[in-house]
Design a protein around this ligand. Sequence first.
Ligand SMILES: *Cc1c(COP(=O)(O)O)cnc(C)c1O
Length: 374
Amino acid sequence: MSIPYGRQLVDDDDVRAVCDVLRSDWLTTGPAVARFEAAVGEFVGAKHAVAISSGTAALHAAMNAAEIGPGDEVIVPALTFVATSNAVLYSGGRPVFADVDREKLVIDPASVEAAVTSKTKAIVGVDYAGHPCDWDALSAIARKNGLVLIDDACHALGAEYKGRKIGTLADMTILSFHPVKHITTGEGGMVLSENPTFFDKVKRFRNHGIDTDQRQRAERGTYQYDMVELGFNYRISDIGCALGTSQLRKLPSWLAKRNAIARAYDEAFSGGPLVPLGRAPDVLHAFHLYVVRTGHRRDTLFRRLRAEGIGVNVHYLPVYLHSYYRRTLGTAPGLCPVAEAAYAEVLSLPMFAGMTDHDVERVADRVGRLSGEG
Ligand SMILES: *Cc1c(COP(=O)(O)O)cnc(C)c1O
């Protein structure tokens, strides 16, 4: 039996919650969507929440709300999933890549500061692996330059920075509910914000740019609607949201479980050749990923572990090294040396709430043994 690097955990309560919605009047744009938005908003302490069809759609909606368009630059970290930077392209803007911090691999504020130009309109921080960015430093840069600050927290639901939960640390916060993330809706995402203007824009963008949704028109007894801007069908179903609300109840125990797995790995690898990423003392890590540095033996280790059924993975090739980016933006190696060096040696180990103690021991044993070989 092989162990994947991440996997959803779905129990009977989740199945019941989904079945209840299937027998109800609303499969989409119904009350389960609003309930999920309220539940996540309450969990993180955010005023406004809009559930949307994916984390990628959430990023796109945030770029639209920030009014990113042709000629605008958005600073993004080099080391992230391509969706972070693709969202800038969807809006016609230009992603500008900042390097990451050597220890934690989150966006480096000094690199962000150096990348600001008169065309910069927004900064996106990614809480890589579930470790919060240096949000105080990023906020200061955003304030000083009048920029919109976006938190791509797709790895970090439940994480805390200096005692504050991820979700209110930027102008807009993005979540993903893909099955490998902390909680799932199948496919799904969310935009959190304290700002009512951003909230209204994201909500409208989710539904073709139309001013009301189907349920609002039913309640008001009208057939009329106005499309005020160009939006998309980025709606999420009640089926997915019922699953999400049921999953959210288990999130605190799952976060504790992820932290316990991380402690077990830390202990197993201490004194060995593998070096876990650094952590700031004033954060609660959400451990979407457990990443180790392997030195020059990464690819050998990757192959051997995969052959033994250990689902290790690599996060990420710096975005600008993908062929599409090289071809269209003319980017090349050398742009963000810290991210490139990290890419060459990082390995993500299996990390998910459903791991058994036996799974954790098996991974720790195989990784420990194989990393000791040449
Ligand atoms: C998962 C992820 C996304 C995209 O989320 P989807 O729900 O898969 O569209 C964006 N950014 C980061 C950092 C992610 O990990």
